[in-house]
Design a protein around this ligand. Structure first.
Ligand code: GDP
Ligand code: MG
Length: 441
């Protein structure tokens, strides 16, 4: 594993202030081999290593960890970043019916995954789902989906013999509109290899169905070949995401990194078995751990990451313990959040933060607006920052003018602060910031 490989390198790295280029290059040679062993496609591994090398050279080694740990942390973070911090939610929050189309090679798991996703949407999310098989190539493919539909109690479009995929798609959309379905799932035909007839068929269906999601289903065991498949589909069909199947049989996880790099699209789900509930949201951290060589290295990284955050967190925690969360805390928290992958992303992960997240979404908070919020807080007096309730109408006008925003913007920020303050209080009850960080893993 990577940890073994890096063992010797680590020893040589011990006890220096900053990582030198020579040290990093030696370490990265081992990282590159580990990636290839994990079945990451060669060009992807190469590009990753180049990027990480740039980041790592000159990095200060933190007091509490060894240089080797620092390197592992940088590699781990790089993997997670590349694998994507995107949520695995499907983008189906549209005027119904939303259309979800699954594409991929024959045997990649499209039909099974169609049923798995339908089960998820119909169950937990209480959507009214209609599934349709557009696979007219394989005998009994449409029946296969109908059988799965019965098992999970989800409707399938009645089979009409002799129809072409585009006609079936059209009929599915019509039925969905007439019968008030929320989601239409289009399970398409595959081929053993990518060919132009298949691509043309996919394009034609996508043209008339204008799917909200076009998901490429890839068998994670196909390794290096998967990249060729992904590149072909990416070039010809407007993909929105990837689903990796057979992750239950793949201990290496390299295909995930390749898929993400080649398609540029988020990996939304992972198939974990043949059963229809064996579908999980994709966990970048878990897969990064697999690629790094599992177990020891991952916990090492986590300990390293903790030691980096603990100092900041402890200061904040002691304030929260006293029930304090003023504008200065908000400002610090916002800066930290943007570092950790954006406001919405972090709030979504935190227990008790759903409301704050909703408030953020409502106020259109994104990382650009962060700068503006920082300016608003900057325009408050020190007293106001400590006691935001001092901000009456007159003071708000002054702050708005000072930061070049509207009073409404100031109000939105105050509302968000309130939501966060109450979330922080709840958090305190749940074991504080340390508990939260443990959950964030
Ligand atoms: P399609 O040709 O793309 O529609 O592929 P199917 O959905 O028919 O799946 C082909 C085979 O792969 C079936 O035997 C499935 O049970 C199996 N399969 C699909 N997804 C998974 C998965 O995540 N894990 C495992 N172990 N098997 C899977
Ligand atoms: Mg099929």
């Amino acid at each position: 594993s990577l940890s073994d490989r890096l063992g010797g390198v680590f020893d040589r790295l011990r006890g220096r202030g900053a990582l030198t280029e020579a040290d990093v290059r030696t370490a990265m040679r081992e990282v590159r081999i580990a990636l290839l062993e994990a079945d990451v496609a060669l060009p992807v591994a190469r590009e990753f290593v180049d990027r990480i090398t740039e980041q790592a050279v000159g990095a200060q080694v933190l007091r509490s960890i060894t240089p080797g740990q620092q390197v592992v942390k940088i590699v781990h973070d790089g993997l997670v970043e590349m694998l994507g911090s995107d949520t695995s939610e499907l983008d189906i929050d549209v005027t119904p019916p939303a259309v979800v189309m699954l594409v991929g090679l024959q045997g990649s798991g499209k039909t099974t995954t169609t049923a798995k996703l339908a089960k998820l949407l119909a169950g937990k999310q209480r959507k009214k789902v209609l599934m349709a098989s557009l696979d007219v190539n394989r005998p009994a493919a449409q029946e296969q989906l109908a059988v799965l539909g019965t098992q999970i109690d989800v409707a399938t479009l009645p089979i009409v013999q002799g129809q072409q995929p585009v006609d079936i798609a059209r009929r599915a959309l019509q039925s969905a509109k007439l019968q008030g379905y929320d989601v239409v799932m289009l399970d398409t035909a595959g081929r053993l290899h990518v060919d132009q007839a298949l691509m043309d068929e996919m394009k034609a269906v996508a043209d008339i169905a204008t799917p909200n999601e076009i998901l490429l289903v890839v068998d994670s065991l196909t390794g290096q070949d998967a990249v060729i498949v992904a590149r072909n589909f990416t070039d010809q069909v407007p993909l929105t995401g990837v689903i990796l199947t057979r992750m239950d049989g793949d201990a290496r996880g390299g295909a995930a990194l390749s898929m993400r790099a080649v398609t540029g699209k988020p990996i939304k789900f992972a198939g974990m078995g043949e059963k229809l509930d064996a579908l999980e949201p994709f966990h970048p951290k878990r897969v990064a751990g697999r690629i790094l060589g599992m177990g020891d290295v991952v916990s090492l990284v986590e300990r390293a990451a903790e030691s980096i955050q603990v100092e900041d967190a402890e200061k904040m925690a002691s304030r929260l313990a006293k029930g304090q969360f003023d504008m200065n805390d908000l400002r610090q928290q916002l800066a930290q959040m943007s570092k950790m992958g954006g406001l919405g992303a972090l709030a979504g992960m935190m227990p008790g933060m759903k409301k704050a997240q909703a408030a953020m979404a409502q106020s259109g908070v994104d990382d650009r607006i962060l700068i503006r919020m920082d300016a608003i807080i900057g325009s408050m007096t020190l007293k106001e920052r400590l006691k935001p309730e001092l901000l009456n109408a007159k003071r708000k006008i002054r702050v708005a003018k000072g930061s070049g925003v509207t009073v409404q913007d100031v109000n939105k920020l105050l509302k968000m602060h309130q939501e966060m303050q109450s979330a922080m209080k709840k958090l305190k009850k749940m074991g504080g910031l340390k508990g939260m960080m443990a959950m964030l893993g």
